[in-house]
Design a protein around this ligand. Sequence first.
Ligand code: SAM
Length: 202
Amino acid sequence: MYNKNTSGEHFETAAKNSLLSLYKYFLIDLTNTIKKPVKGLKILEIGCGPGFMLEQFESAGAEEIVGVDISQDMLQRAAKRSEKSLKVQADVADLPFEPNIFDIVFSRGSIFFWHDLDKAFKSIRQVTKNGGTIFIGGGYGLSTPEEIIKKIRENRGDSKQNDIPRLDPEMLCKKAQSYGDYAEILSAPKRGFWLNWKKGES
Ligand SMILES: C[S@@+](CC[C@H](N)C(=O)[O-])C[C@H]1O[C@@H](n2cnc3c(N)ncnc32)[C@H](O)[C@@H]1O
């Protein structure tokens, strides 16, 4: 499990060797879903790790980018990849921000490790603007070309995936809907899922 003192070395090396080509497709999944570019938006990434998505958001012209991670070392690694973003060490269940300030809250590959989902969802929703989008998931992405996924699977072996704790996406969707918000699961077989959650006015 990840904590404040977890080293990011193992994940950064593994991601560089296998996942690197996926991150631009995670951004495409997001922009396809919100139906606009992220240019000009204020984005919070939870569990940003060594910063591969922060880099994407920065290149895409996001107005403000904040990366949160529980591990201090991950954030130091993220600093090498994304200068513009603010890096904040925090637990997703206790986000140190004002309410209603982010247009987008994005998280990929991190939710499987959150120890208190109810607190995490409440904390995320609180910092999201009314009408903002919360986009949380894991896997290879929905717009990623099949040949890229195939190559990654061959390189890393799908056994790696067995290390990741499982979560029921429908359970996550119901949790989001319990706030009275719109939420849906976007998924495809063997690719993973996204929870697309839009914070309502209440
Ligand atoms: C598998 S890595 C994914 C990193 C990055 N999102 C990516 O896809 O490259 C999971 C990340 O979530 C972070 N994390 C785990 N539990 C967390 C929590 N409770 N609060 C904030 N970050 C957390 C870990 O430190 C780690 O950097």
